[in-house]
Design a protein around this ligand. Structure first.
Ligand code: PLP
Length: 365
């Protein structure tokens, strides 16, 4: 019999390596999950209540324009709600940008250890994904600019970057924008902006205001503890807002998700408390690991990147942590097989990591 005819996706689709999420369960009784950069404190209580209160209304479609949510975001961050679009997570927005601004024959640029979803979205669009070398686990503006060609359509930069934790300063970010051709879209993914406690940090709104070619994406999945509800947003120039309105799913943010996000923004002191906790325990854990001879790259996010020198040593550390019920994130998929990314959780979780690593010896040392 001849082989059956069947639908085939565009050939480039089958070249995409599926995203691998952080694992969540181990066999033993204790599981400390520090593998997905989820907020240490879970969802804000007000968000949980608002989410639950929508249950009797779940037969209703949500407000497709997410009007009340955009207004709440605008109030919180001092931005014009007309220039905000919400998404089913910020991944939804990143994908729409890739598909709308790039296609076959085009190129998108990201840094060597940049957030892996840029690659998936770019390949989905059919574009070639070009990676610029980093310097000391940090986006290198000059290396990125050197990759620009006549085919470049989009540059994606996470600031701070996941999984390295490094950040570009305001002046580096502005230098990147100034060095790009005006017709190249710069996407500044500030998923961890709420955690950053650094005088030279800028989440990106000023660059969005300055020209019609820059977008800032944000999320409720990290500081606001709503990864499971899938709510992202972006701040963009009017022309790009217009593109989103044409291509987005008509109801791309769920009813309970919108309610939870609005309530999360009203939780008193949530960002300040979360940021202070994160800075304290991130720096504490980094110091503990450093004392034990493990290299830790500087991070401004809610995670650290521990560098064990070799893939074997990183695997041994991972096995050692798992044996004690702790799940962290292997980052071989980011070209970093010698590293592990560890999310900053609650105090007892961070202490558990330090205690577990106290009796770990790097193989071969
Ligand atoms: C977690 C993360 C996102 C995805 O956020 P969602 O809003 O949950 O889709 C985007 N960018 C970076 C750099 C992230 O780490």
């Amino acid at each position: 019999m001849p082989p059956a005819a069947r639908p085939r996706p565009r050939p480039e689709i089958l070249q995409i390596a599926p995203y691998v999420a952080g694992e969540s369960k181990l066999a033993g009784n204790r599981t400390i999950k520090l593998s997905s950069n989820e907020g240490a404190f879970g969802p804000p209580p007000a968000a949980q209540a608002a989410f639950a209160a929508t249950a009797p209304e779940l037969h209703r479609y949500p407000d497709g324009g997410a009007t009340a949510l955009r207004q709440a975001i605008g109030r919180t961050f001092g931005l014009d709600p007309e220039r905000i679009v919400c998404g089913n997570g910020s991944d939804d927005l990143l994908q729409m940008l890739a598909l709308s601004y790039a296609g076959r024959g085009d190129e998108i640029i990201m840094s060597a250890h940049g957030f892996v979803y840029y690659q998936i979205a770019g390949e989905y669009a059919g574009a070639r994904v070009v990676k610029a070398a980093e310097r000391d686990m940090k986006t290198d503006v000059d290396a990125m600019l050197a990759q620009v060609s006549a085919h470049t359509r989009i540059v994606f930069v996470a600031n701070p970057n996941n999984p390295t934790g490094s950040m570009l300063t305001r002046s580096e970010l502005h230098r990147l924008r100034a060095g790009l051709p005006e017709e190249v879209l710069l996407v500044i993914d500030s998923a961890y902006a709420e955690y950053v406690d650094h005088a030279e940090y800028e989440a990106g709104a000023a660059l969005v205001d300055a020209a019609p070619n820059t977008v800032m994406t944000r999320t409720f999945s990290k500081m606001f503890g709503l990864g499971g509800a899938r709510i992202g947003w972006c701040y963009a120039p009017p022309e790009i807002i217009d593109v989103f309105q044409r291509v987005r799913g008509p109801f791309n943010v769920s009813l309970p998700g919108q309610a939870a996000a609005i309530a999360a923004l009203s939780e008193p002191g949530w960002i300040e408390t979360g940021r202070a906790h994160n800075s304290q325990w991130r720096d504490w854990l980094a110091a503990q690991l450093t004392e034990r001879g493990i290299k830790v790259w500087p991070s401004v996010g809610n995670f650290i990147l521990a560098d064990f020198g070799t893939p074997d040593a990183a695997r041994a550390a991972d096995t050692h942590l798992r044996a004690q019920g702790i799940i962290v994130r292997g980052v071989a998929g980011y070209g970093l097989p010698h590293c592990l990314r560890i999310t900053i959780g609650l105090e007892h979780e961070v202490r558990a990591v330090a205690e577990a690593m106290a009796d770990f010896t790097v193989p071969g040392q």
